[in-house]
Design a protein around this ligand. Structure first.
Ligand code: COA
Length: 161
């Protein structure tokens, strides 16, 4: 059985992430969405439980998914699951530079291969940071996140609850 990991911070997940999930789930038997921590970013605004619930809600129609969290290095998590391939996405040349370094390092550290999808043109400008910023002003984020999770994101960010 071929399993692939889709790792990320997903703080919060958005339509760009969903598009990558839909496309890569057709390329493997099981897609493992791995919610991790990028230590060079500030601590996530949404808890692990909130991010997991977002994914459960927005991917309800996709059967071959597993949604998990991981701590530590991605290569160690992949090894613990017997997985040798991850999927990542490029939006811009800046992503390309960043992702190639990460990809090379993951190969060197743990023989972990990365395959890359180009972000669909419709989602090229979306980022989790921008979604959080727009939501914090109470503005609509319906063009950026799945409708099933929009209210929960707005409630938390616009009210600070
Ligand atoms: N469409 C639009 N935007 C997208 C996108 C898509 N398909 N895919 C990602 N993005 C955006 C995200 O919204 C995010 O925006 P933000 O910077 O505003 O938050 C940004 O691109 C990239 O974030 P993300 O995909 O969540 O990944 P990340 O760069 O935060 O990396 C880990 C997260 C967990 C994969 C990485 O830090 C990791 O592997 N950590 C574990 C430790 C480790 O092994 N480090 C690597 C050593 S080589």
């Amino acid at each position: 059985m071929k399993a692939i990991i889709y790792p990320g911070t997903f703080d919060p997940p958005h339509l760009g992430h969903l598009n990558i999930i839909q496309r890569s789930a057709t390329l493997c038997d099981k897609l493992i969405i791995a919610i991790g921590t990028n230590r060079s970013k500030p601590a996530p605004v949404f808890s692990f439980a909130e991010r997991k619930r977002f994914f459960e809600t927005m991917t309800a129609g996709i059967a071959n998914l597993e949604i998990v969290g991981f701590d530590g290095l991605l290569v160690d998590f992949a090894k613990s699951r017997g997985v040798t391939t991850i999927v990542r996405a490029f939006r811009t040349m800046m992503d390309f530079e960043y992702e190639t370094v990460q990809g090379q390092m993951n190969r060197q550290l743990g023989d972990l291969e990365t395959f890359y999808l180009l972000v669909d043109e419709r989602y090229r400008l979306i980022s989790s940071t921008l979604v959080r910023e727009i939501a914090s002003y109470g503005k609509s984020i319906s063009n950026f996140v799945p409708k099933e999770i929009e209210t929960a994101i707005l409630q938390k960010l616009a009210t600070g609850l």
